[in-house]
Design a protein around this ligand. Structure first.
Ligand code: 5GP
Ligand code: MG
Length: 190
């Protein structure tokens, strides 16, 4: 895998937006809401770098790719979310690609009547945007490559890599081989 952003670079980028966010909210109380599952690593690092009184929660968004539609329908589950009515909310997500996820999650959250809502993402992919809103805080712009690590997955793997890597065709072939081998091994267990 090709490293796109090292641990140090990630730390510096996250510190930079943490500083900007802290300045934006000054001493206001913030409600940070991470979008599961991709934001967990960013959320953990970001909240420890923001010098603000804050509440922290999560919201679940998952996309299901139907057989007939190319873009999957997004399911948003706000049951896990803490109360955001009348609060200053910062939505935290891993990556802004087409932008549809962020737009849909913001729309859903507005139903709960927050006082304000802004968004922060680790990554924005260049040349992919299909919506006309932008995240308020972006740590890095990256080229249009499929990336994993620092919370981002490929088939639920690689989220724990401490760096960000681009997944290349060779990596995908190796991943497929390994998961097939694992499945075979588990079938052979008594
Ligand atoms: P959007 O709705 O902005 O097109 O897509 C956002 C979601 O797609 C992200 O939250 C993430 O789950 C997934 N995604 C988009 N690009 C990538 C990528 O390069 N790597 C990974 N692992 N997920 C991505
Ligand atoms: Mg995601």
């Amino acid at each position: 895998m090709k490293t796109l952003l090292s641990e140090k670079e990630l730390y510096d980028g996250v510190s930079r937006i943490a500083h900007d966010i802290t300045a934006t909210y000054k001493d206001q109380q913030l409600t940070a809401v991470g979008v599961l599952t991709g934001s967990i690593v960013l959320l953990a690092d970001l909240i420890r770098l923001m010098d603000l009184p804050m509440r922290v929660g999560v919201v679940q968004a998952s996309s299901y790719r139907g057989a007939t539609t190319s873009r999957g329908e997004l399911l948003i589950n706000a049951e896990l979310m803490l109360d955001i009515t009348g609060r200053d909310v910062l939505l935290v997500d891993d990556i802004f690609d087409t932008g549809h996820t962020l737009v849909e999650v913001v729309k859903k959250m507005k139903e709960f009547g927050p006082k304000s809502i802004r968004s922060a993402v680790l990554l924005r992919k260049e040349g992919r945007q299909e919506v006309d809103v932008l995240p308020d805080f972006v740590a890095f712009d990256i080229p249009d490559e499929f990336v994993v690590g620092y919370g981002l997955d490929y088939e639920d793997m690689y989220r724990n890599l401490p760096y960000l890597a681009a997944l290349e065709p060779d990596d995908i072939a190796r991943h497929k081989q390994n998961s097939t081998a694992e499945q075979l091994a588990s079938y052979q267990q008594p």
